[in-house]
Ligand binder design. Sequence first.
Ligand code: SAM
Length: 420
Amino acid sequence: MNSMDRDPTRDAAFALVSGVLDRRRPLDQTLDQLSGIEARDKAAAHRIAASVLRHLGSIDAVLEAHLTKAPPAKVRHILRIGSAQALFLGAPAHAAVSTSVALAHGQGVGKFAGLVNAVLRRVTEAGMAALAELDQPRLDTPSWLWASWGKAARAIAVAQHFEAPLDVSMMPGAMPPEGAMLLPGGSARLPAGSDVTALPGFADAALWVQDAAAALPVRLFGDVRGRPVLDLCAAPGGKTMQLAAAGAMVTALDRDGKRLDRLRQNCARMGMAVEVVTADALSWRPDQTFEAILLDAPCSATGTIRRHPEIPHLRRPGDIADCAAMQDRLLDAADAMLAPGGTLIYAVCSLQDEEGFGRVAAACARLGLQRLPLTAEDVPWLPEAITPLGDLRTHPGMWADRGGMDGFFAARLVKAVAAA
Ligand SMILES: C[S@@+](CC[C@H](N)C(=O)[O-])C[C@H]1O[C@@H](n2cnc3c(N)ncnc32)[C@H](O)[C@@H]1O
C-alpha cells in the first residue's frame, strides 16, 4: 500500500485503541504524543477510539459470532474500529469496511485484509440486529466494577454509553451561555463536544468548566465569603475557582507543577487572586491551621468514565486499595492542618465505596473526626444524593433525563474542640 493512501484518522484511532488496551495508557497521553496530525483528525480519531472503548464488550460479542479462531491483537483492534464506526457512529457500511481493509494494509497485517473485509461485511449486515439481542450495559462493564456498584450498576452503565455534556459554573450574576440548559443548582449545560473557549462567557471571565456534580462538594462549606480555605489537591482548579468566586481567600496546593500551571492560567483568565503552593500535601505544613480545608483526593476516577471511557480498561481491582491507602495518608495530613472546630470536606470522583464512605469511616475511627451530616438544605435540588449517614453520593445515572452527572462522593467532617 502506498503511504499516500494512509488515513490519518484511522491510523490515530488504532494508536489510541492499542495505547489503552495493549499499553494501558490513558487516551489523552497517546493523543498528546501523536505528531504530524491535524486537530480535526485527532478529534475524529478520539471519537472512534472512545466509541470502541465504551462499547468494547458488545463489539467483541458481535465479532465473536463471525470469527472461527482468535485473530492477532492488531487485527482484532482493526475489526473493533470498523465495527464501532458501523454500529455506533453511523458510518456507511462500505466506508467502515473499506477504511478497515486499508487500515489492515497500513498496519502491516495486509494478509488479514480478506478476513477484515469478510467479517466486517457480515457485521454491517447483521450487527445491528445482533446488538439488539445483547445486554450491552452489562457486557460493556467489567464484572468487578458492575458488582461494586450494587443496585445502581445498570443505571450507571447505561449512562456511560454516552459522552458527558459540557457543564459550566458561572460567576455570580453571569448569564448562562445562549442555548444552554440551566440546571437546578446553577450550573449551565451544553451538548457533549461543545467548545468552551468559543463561548462568549469564556473570554469575559464569566464561566469555567465544571461538571454539575463536581460543583457540589465546595457548596457543603456553606458561606465562605472572606474565609481562608486550604484547597489541598487543587489542580487544575475547578473547585479553587468556585471557592474564589464565592469570596473565599484560597490557598491552592498541588504537587504537580504542570497541572498547577493550568490552575494559574485558569485563575488568571478569571481574574482571581489565589495563593498557589507547589508542594506535597503529605509533608507541607502551613504556619497556622485552617478552619476550612477541601481535600479533593486523587482516586480511581470511576465516576468520570463518561469522559474517560478508557478507565474501565485501565483499572484493576487492586488499584482501589492503592488509592484508599493514599487517601488515608492525605486525610491524616489534612487533619494535621485543620484547626479544632474546623471543617474538612473530603471528596473523590470515584464510584467505589472503599474510596468514599470507607475512607470516611476509617478517618472518623482513626482521627476522631466527626461527620456533620448533610441535610436536604445543603443540596435541595438533589435530595436523592444524600445518603442515610449524611454523605453525598452522585452517579452518572442520576438526572438521566437531563444528561446525567459525574459520580462524586463527598463528606463533611469536623474536628472536635479539645476540652478545656
Ligand atoms: C482529583 S484531582 C483534583 C481536581 C481539582 N480539585 C479540581 O477541582 O480541579 C487530584 C489532584 O491531587 C493531586 N495530588 C495527588 N497527590 C498529591 C499530594 N500528595 N500532594 C498534593 N497534591 C496531590 C494531583 O496532582 C491532582 O492534581
